[in-house]
Design a binder for this molecule. Structure first.
Ligand code: FES
Length: 88
């Protein structure tokens, strides 16, 4: 029986993506309805889902008009990358 060792060139970018699989997967996990997005105006994920269900993506203008989201400390807007893709 022969055993052949094949030398492979791994793409460093690919390897770094494998290292980040858990992080990348967690980026796409959907949030629970009760998760509070805007603490100043008590806007949770369920509120956003209900208001923006037609387009299946958060509409900031609608959210600001309806719930005043982001009109206080703006913390919810500053961390928008952490939640905007986890609503729908
Ligand atoms: S957390 Fe949304 S305005 Fe403060």
């Amino acid at each position: 029986m022969f055993c052949t060792v094949v030398e492979q060139d791994f793409d460093n970018d690919f390897l770094s993506q494998i290292d980040r699989v858990e992080e990348l997967v967690s980026l796409t996990d959907k949030l629970d309805d009760e998760t509070l997005i805007c603490e100043c105006f008590c806007v949770d994920v369920a509120d956003i889902r209900q208001l923006c269900h037609e387009n299946k993506k958060p509409d900031l203008e609608k959210l600001q008009n309806e719930f005043n989201l982001g009109q206080g400390c703006q913390g919810c807007l500053k961390r928008i990358d952490s939640w905007v893709n986890k609503i729908f």
